[in-house]
Design a protein. Sequence first.
Length: 213
Amino acid sequence: MFADGGNGVIELLSADERAAATPARAARGLSLEVAGKLHRWLLFSALAVPFCLQEDMRAGQPLLDNLLSAKAERAGIPVAGIEGYEQVPAALAAIPPAIMAEILVETIRDLGGEEDALSTSAGLDRAGETAAIWEFSIHAEANSVDAARAREIFAALHDILVAARNQAWMAALKPELAKGGVFAAFGALHLPGADRVIELLRAGGFEVTRLDG
């Protein structure tokens, strides 16, 4: 759980930035000492979930994934994942350390503002503007680095967290789809773009039709 010698992220913040992040960090039960020792990908996992969602989970509110699974199970429908629990941490751990440090610094600086970001992203999703969610995230990162660097960072994230996982999912998904009667759910950021799940399915010989409403 802990990185040898610390992760070096806290040292990248100014004293004022550390102080400004204290209330939101304390509400998460995360001290500077612990935050500075967690592996960078684990610290990101702890900070990336908006506080409102963390409170919902502590109160026993299920996430959408759990709601879908529970509904299927009640209907007697078998449920299977297209990736294991270990694959997401592995993907996060594959992000280059320098890039993860930059993302973490911006995340800590913006603690308390992630609920607004979640609301904006949800609104874009409801409007069918899934590609704009990614652009919104790039714009937010550009508050700390220049626009070109923000795009470099998110290009690397896309390759690791989106494109590579989309490709890996196909190996598990295609045989099930070929059997028929499958409902598959994906996060919004896996839908737009040339290497999205939809285009990979089309390339695999499946017919994909958009349904709205």
